[in-house]
Write a protein of this length. Sequence first.
Length: 298
Amino acid sequence: MASGLPKTDANNPRVHFDIYAMLEGSQELYFGHEVQVNVNLVETVKLKIKDDLSSEARSIEKCYLSPTKRKGVERRCLIWAPVATGELLGDKQDCGIPNTCAIPECPICAVYGGLITGKKTLIGRVTHGGGVAVQEMFAVEKQRAMHPAIISNNLSKKEEKPIPFKREYNQPGILYPVLNHALSIKDSEFAAVAYAFLDSLPRIGSGNPKGIAIAESSDRQPLLVVDRYLVPKRKRPIVSPAINNPEEAIAEFIRLSRKPEDATDHIQKTHFERWIGDAALEKLQEYSSNFVDNVLQA
């Protein structure tokens, strides 16, 4: 069997899922990128955009929420999830980082993949994308040092003076359009993806502070879309990284999410379903509850 996955039946079909969201940093965040001597840099991307008032493209730099970092946080949320036996899910499954179990029945490896070097590989079926910030805001470098009391204690003991360091931060209020795509998975498997996505939001970031949230529109609807389908219908709400105006980005996300004639937040077509806003959040929470009931508390 090429995929290494067991065959399913009509009662447990495999379908595709997409999660589209606009995330917002409510505080300064350090996502990590590379380390120089006493300077921690955040990850950024460079691109060229063409302004309406200018005929020439200009280069800009935007902060970047790396999809691979989001995937790592989501996997850890599953590994550290508490189960009814008093263990953590990773301990119960004997599955962690980098020592994954690569067992198809593992609720972690089944969707995020696993590798036992030289022995076994289980391909992950959840991919992450997006993360290019909307606003053209540079990372800001700030001085960080140890607490004065600690410095005083160290000096009184004639130890080496602590070296202050500088760290770049993504500033508050930046919007990050992101997506998660789950390929050929069962509803029971998507439950783990939904749980990991929601549980990871307050834990994203390197060091402290941490946390990011789903942004909301002016009518207080989460900027969130969930698709379940066999046939990819409707437009995908993926915001162009060339947009650097938050109001324009939000309007574009909403425009791509629904048609003007849509009078519901739950769209049903042949082989395609879409949930928008609060309906999408409630659907993810429903799947997350199923994961807790059927995996963590089973």
